[in-house]
Ligand binder design. Sequence first.
Ligand code: DQA
Length: 146
Amino acid sequence: TSVLIVNGPNLNRLGTREPDTYGSTSYVDLVALCMQWGSDLGLEAVVRQTNDESELVGWMHDAVDERQHVILNPAAFTHYSYALRDACALVTSARLALIEVHLTNPHAREEFRHTSVVSAVATGTIAGFGTDSYRLALEALAARLG
Ligand code: DQA
């Protein structure tokens, strides 16, 4: 089974971006980790990143068409993109899993991060475990697929 792992804006800067907040693992390392964790669980992880909202929306549409489950870190779009939220609803209403992940725990941070417009249409959310949030999401997906 192939799973699409999608990362939103600024996550390509992981490793050098506010390392006290986001950790020192680089984006390239995160991609490699996700592919390894996926293959350990029998999942083929396809990992992508974009800073572009419209590209993210298009990838959700592609996931529906290709019947791919999604692990999504919407990054800052989490907090205000209704367009991405509606695209995520397309995924879950097509009976595909969409797991929202965050490196940090947004609820422990600034007020504007306390709202996720994506959570209500996600299968579930994993936040606050650093890069392990992605591993836990892959494990949750593998368990769900049985
Ligand atoms: C994030 C949390 C968001 O609030 C932030 O805008 C990000 C990353 C996380 O993974 O912790 O870019 O989604």
